[in-house]
Structures are given as structure tokens and as C-alpha cells.
Design a protein around this ligand. Structure first.
Ligand SMILES: C[S@@+](CC[C@H](N)C(=O)[O-])C[C@H]1O[C@@H](n2cnc3c(N)ncnc32)[C@H](O)[C@@H]1O
Length: 218
């Protein structure tokens, strides 16, 4: 079903290798959050910016198929390996969030984890998410962004201006996912704010929000 888009919309080979290692090492602590994020999903799912595919093992058996979009070549190759081990069918596809290479209204759910921080254009990304969901389709998200007190927020904004995104594969630490979902016309469901990792120092990347949004049914 997906059409094959441009192969390397994003190129961050050094970050990709570091992320692959770091995220795999963090999986014992982070895995339960991924599992909770995806619990209860069913039908056709599109995952945006799937990275090295760490969500794949957590999709429940009620999911009939996943199209996992990943623009970065190194991460995409790792995602293909993860897809082969997944308990549900996963098709890993190159492409960017701002122009998803899939049909409109084709999916029951969309998954965004740790990706709104990194896309080039949040507004276009969420417009695309809305387009590819069927009316009433669900978004599951686990994202980090602006948080903490005034000093932390000022620090996050400064880091984003001072080159953090260049060092960390395009990641920004001062975006506001909940406001972005609202602005995109998605109906916000329940969400909760978390500090991750649970233990250790609080970092500019620690301010997470996990929740659900919907494409309006009408
Ligand atoms: C921090 S990683 C998170 C990966 C994965 N979602 C996870 O939960 O581990 C950010 C991901 O966003 C991807 N990404 C960056 N820009 C993107 C874009 N414009 N469209 C889609 N994905 C993008 C990166 O290649 C990377 O896989």
C-alpha cells in the first residue's frame, strides 16, 4: 500500500548509531512505557519516525499490520531487522513525516514516540497524521518537550537556539506537543506528564507527555 518515497530525507549517521546503542541500553527502563503506549491498539497502524524499531516488540496481537516510516538509513536498516522479529506484520518504509508516503484515511491509529522533537515541521507533520488516519482514528504519543520551572524552560529554549538540534539528530527540547496537537485540530484525549528517566538527574529531555488524541469523527 505505501508508495516508496525519497530514500534519505534525513541523514544523521553518527547520531543514528549513538541513538541505536543508547536506546537499546535504555530499553529495560523505557520498554514498559512503550508497552503502555501501544496497549489496546488494533487494526492498521502507522508509526512515524520508527527509529531502530524498538516499539515493534510491544504492538499487541490485535494490530493487523504496521507501516513504519523511517527516513534515516542506518536506523531504517535496524528497524527492518526488528520488524522481522515482531509479533505482528511490520512494513518498514522510507519517508518523512511532513509528506507521509501512504494513502489518506488508511489507518486506524498513528504512533508518535520521541519524534515530534525531531521532525523539521511539527505543523505539517500533524496535518499529515490527520490526513492518513480514518475519521475517528487514534493517535498515541509519547513525547518530550518544554517543562519544569522558569529556569529549566529558559535553559531548554537556549539549548535549542545554541545548537542542541545539530548535536542530537535534529532533536529540540523546547517544543510543546500538547499545544501542537490542539493546533492541528486533533481532539485531545487523556494525557499524563512524566519525568523520565524516573531516577537520576532531571535533564532538559526529561519532561515527557504520554497520551491519546483523535482525528475528529465528523
Ligand atoms: C529520538 S529518535 C526516536 C525513534 C523512535 N520513534 C523511538 O521511539 O525510539 C527520532 C526519530 O525521528 C526520526 N526523524 C527525524 N526527522 C524526521 C522526519 N522529518 N520524519 C520522520 N522521522 C523523522 C529520526 O530519524 C529518528 O528515527
Amino acid at each position: 500500500m505505501p508508495s516508496r518515497g525519497s530514500r534519505d530525507a534525513v541523514r544523521h549517521p553518527v547520531f543514528a548509531r549513538c541513538y541505536a546503542r543508547f536506546s537499546a541500553a535504555a530499553e529495560p527502563g523505557f520498554g514498559p512505557y512503550r508497552r503502555k503506549l501501544l496497549a489496546g491498539l488494533s487494526g492498521r497502524v502507522v508509526e512515524i519516525g520508527a527509529g531502530n524499531g524498538l516499539n515493534f516488540a510491544h504492538f499487541p496481537g490485535t494490530v493487523s499490520g504496521v507501516v513504519a516510516i523511517e527516513p534515516e538509513r542506518t536506523l531504517r536498516q535496524l528497524a527492518v531487522t526488528a520488524a522481522a522479529r515482531a509479533g505482528v506484520p511490520v512494513d518498514v518504509v522510507p519517508g518523512a513525516a511532513e509528506a507521509l508516503p501512504v494513502r489518506s484515511g488508511a489507518f486506524d491509529a498513528a504512533v508518535l514516540s520521541l519524534v515530534l522533537c525531531s521532525v523539521r515541521d511539527v505543523e505539517r507533520t500533524l496535518r499529515e497524521v490527520r490526513r492518513v488516519l480514518r475519521p475517528g482514528g487514534e493517535v498515541r504519543f509519547l513525547e518530550h518537550g518544554l517543562g519544569g520551572g522558569p529556569v529549566m524552560r529558559r535553559t531548554q529554549r537556549t539549548l535549542d537556539r545554541a545548537g542542541w538540534p545539530l548535536l542530537f539528530g535534529g532533536c529540540h527540547v523546547s517544543r510543546e506537543p500538547v499545544a501542537a496537537f490542539r493546533a492541528a485540530g486533533l481532539e485531545l484525549g487523556p494525557y499524563r506528564r512524566l519525568l523520565l528517566p524516573e531516577r537520576g538527574p532531571v535533564l532538559p529531555t526529561s519532561y515527557f507527555v504520554q497520551g491519546t488524541a483523535w482525528r475528529p469523527a465528523g
